[in-house]
Structure formats: structure tokens, C-alpha cells
Design a protein around this ligand. Structure first.
Ligand code: TRP
Length: 338
């Protein structure tokens, strides 16, 4: 699937991730990049800091989030000597390309883009004017994202369901430009959705999300992880009562982290009434700590030596830039008839 393909992923610096973010997004994104590299493809991974300023206006907070996200990806195994790892705002060509794309972006696309529509819906619910608090950055978000994708001749954009529409917009804009100039100036990107990605429930059974306060933390100490795992909802059936594992939240969460053999062991123990809630919580706790231990150490190292990360990001930008420059030149030559 990735043979000779260029795969690109952007991440917004949105604050400290939890186990659900890690298992559901970060880990699979890194794995996909490795698959692309192994298939002689290319992997681009960038931090979408221009996208972040639409919502976050405090530079200190933004900077902290940016540092965290960079360190997390490195700690989780992104190899910047193989993947091109950079910051969006280090590539000055991106906003220039965006400006050219605007001329080919129907305003109706933006009206329909779901990030904008969601903000309008929220305003309506609150009885506010439709566009209250909505800036042009949010409104035109998909065109900037199209520039992120098209600048590097991206073939494949791995996304969650919520981002499919944005990749389609990028494809439509590229198609319109190619059709207008009657030559393949831009590569048409495709999205790919990974259906195997874990959807991790939180400790109350709803989707794990910071806004629900039901997360298992990643980068806190063992005590904090233990506290969260021990708070996972259970009922008061006794251990001896045989249980259907699929009805048990601890088992549901374990699914996203355990090996098949480990999962089998917990499932059998529950079915046979040989494992109680205390046991299975400890099994989950051990698995979570085993998964995060090394990553947490690396993360702490990078946060404490951020100048090393900064250097990696600058190197990444130097690798990314020539392709963006070439795309910008192709576009300028075409639109200005040079
Ligand atoms: N919009 C993406 C998100 O919210 C982040 C993003 C920005 C992105 N530009 C991108 C993702 C380009 C893929 C490709 O998660």
C-alpha cells in the first residue's frame, strides 16, 4: 500500500496526551510512518502550530504544548533521521502556497467544513450570533491544511474520520488547479483510515477524553496511573461468578494494550470465575506501566534537553523546505505565467 508513497501526518499541539490518545493516535501514526519507510516510501510528520494559534493565544501555553508534543512523538519512537519531522511555521512557503490556493478554494467549501460548522452550531446552542468568536484562521483552516498536504506532493494522509473531509477538500483544490492549467502541478492526495485503531474507553466507560475527566494518564508517575486504573468502573459481583469479559470495562481497556496471550488469560479467568476485579486491575496496571515506562523516561529526557529537540526540528525543516519551495515555484510560474 505504501510502496514508494509519501505519507504525511500533521498533529496539533493540544496538550498532554493520555493513554487513549497514545494508543488511538500517536502509536498508530508512528507505526504507519515506519511501514511507509519500510516500503521505500517517505514519511513526513509535522506539528501544526499555525493551526493551533486559531485557538491558543497565550504564547507560553502554546510553546509548552508544542514542546510536549514534539517530545512525545520522539519518546514514542519517531525516528527523525528517517522521518521528516518539522514545525509547520518553519516552512515559510506554506502560507504563500495557502494564498495561491485561496484563489481556487470555493467559499462554499469553507462554509461546509465541519470545524467551522461545529463552531457555528455551538454558538447557536448558546444563543449567540453564528460567527461569534470565530476567526478567519478557523474558517479557512482547510485551505491551510491543503497547503500542508500539497506542498510536499503527498500521496497518502492517514486520518481519523473527522479529517476525511479536509483531505477531500485538498484533493478538490488540487484537481481544480491541475484542470485549470491542464497539467499535473499538484499531486492528488488520498486519505487512509486505519480501522484497526483502538478506541479506548475511559475509566467510566465513555470514550477516554480529557473533557470527561476519565483518562488514564501517560506521563505522570506510577501512583497517578494506579489511581486511575483502580478507579475503573466495576460492579459488585463476586469473583467466583463466571463473567462475560466483553461486558467488563477493565477487559475492554486491556484489549487495546495486551498481547493476544495476555488477553486470553484475562478472558479465561473472568469466564471461569478465577480472577476478581482486583486481579484484573493489577494486570491492566502492569501492562500500562510496561508500555509507558521507557517512553516516560525518554519523554522526561527530551523535555529536560529541549535544545536537542529544537535542533532536530530545525534539521527536519531543512529537509522539508526544498520540496515546498519547488511546489511554490511551480505554482507561481503557472499562475503568474512566468
Ligand atoms: N487538522 C488536523 C487535526 O486536527 C491537523 C492537521 C493540520 C493535518 N494539517 C494537516 C493533518 C495536514 C494531516 C495533514 O488533527
Amino acid at each position: 500500500m505504501f510502496k514508494d508513497k509519501k505519507v504525511l501526518t500533521g498533529v496539533k499541539p493540544t496538550g498532554t496526551p493520555h493513554l487513549g490518545n497514545y494508543l488511538g493516535a500517536i502509536k498508530p501514526a508512528i507505526k504507519l510512518g515506519q511501514q511507509a519507510l519500510e516500503a521505500d516510501g517517505k514519511h513526513y510528520m509535522f506539528i501544526a502550530d499555525y493551526h493551533a494559534i486559531n485557538a491558543e493565544k497565550d504564547p507560553a501555553v502554546l510553546n509548552r504544548k508544542l514542546q510536549e508534543i514534539a517530545c512525545i512523538y520522539l519518546a514514542a519512537g519517531l525516528d527523525p533521521s528517517r522521518s521528516v519531522f518539522y514545525r509547520q511555521s518553519d516552512i515559510a512557503e506554506i502560507p504563500e502556497i495557502t494564498t495561491i490556493l485561496y484563489a481556487y478554494t470555493p467559499k462554499g467549501f469553507m462554509n461546509k467544513a465541519h470545524a467551522y460548522k461545529a463552531a457555528v452550531d455551538k454558538n447557536r446552542e448558546a444563543g449567540k450570533p453564528d460567527d461569534d468568536g470565530i476567526n478567519m484562521g478557523l474558517y479557512t483552516y482547510p485551505t491551510l491544511m491543503a497547503a500542508d498536504i500539497l506542498a510536499y506532493d503527498t500521496d497518502i494522509v492517514p486520518v481519523g474520520k473527522d479529517q476525511v473531509q479536509h483531505v477531500e477538500i485538498a484533493r478538490d483544490i488540487a484537481g481544480a488547479i491541475n484542470a485549470h492549467y491542464n497539467r499535473p502541478l499538484l499531486t492528488l492526495p488520498e486519505y487512509s483510515i486505519d480501522n484497526n485503531v483502538a478506541l479506548v474507553p475511559g475509566i467510566d466507560g465513555r470514550k477516554m477524553s480529557k473533557s470527561y475527566g476519565n483518562v488514564i494518564p501517560l506521563f505522570e508517575d506510577d501512583k497517578a496511573i494506579k489511581k486511575a486504573v483502580y478507579s475503573i468502573k466495576t460492579d459488585c459481583r463476586p469473583m467466583e461468578e463466571p463473567k462475560n469479559p466483553d461486558e467488563i470495562l477493565v477487559y475492554e481497556i486491556y484489549k487495546s494494550i495486551a498481547t493476544p496471550a495476555q488477553l486470553q488469560e484475562m478472558g479465561d479467568g473472568l469466564r471461569e470465575g478465577k480472577l476478581g476485579y482486583g486481579h484484573i486491575k493489577n494486570m491492566l496496571l502492569d501492562a500500562v506501566i510496561a508500555e509507558v515506562k521507557e517512553m516516560r523516561e525518554k519523554y522526561n529526557y527530551y523535555m529536560a534537553h529541549y535544545e536537542e529537540v529544537e535542533a532536530m526540528l530545525e534539521e527536519g525543516a531543512a529537509k522539508a523546505r526544498p520540496t515546498a519551495q519547488a511546489t511554490l515555484k511551480r505554482l507561481k510560474d503557472a499562475v503568474f505565467g512566468r
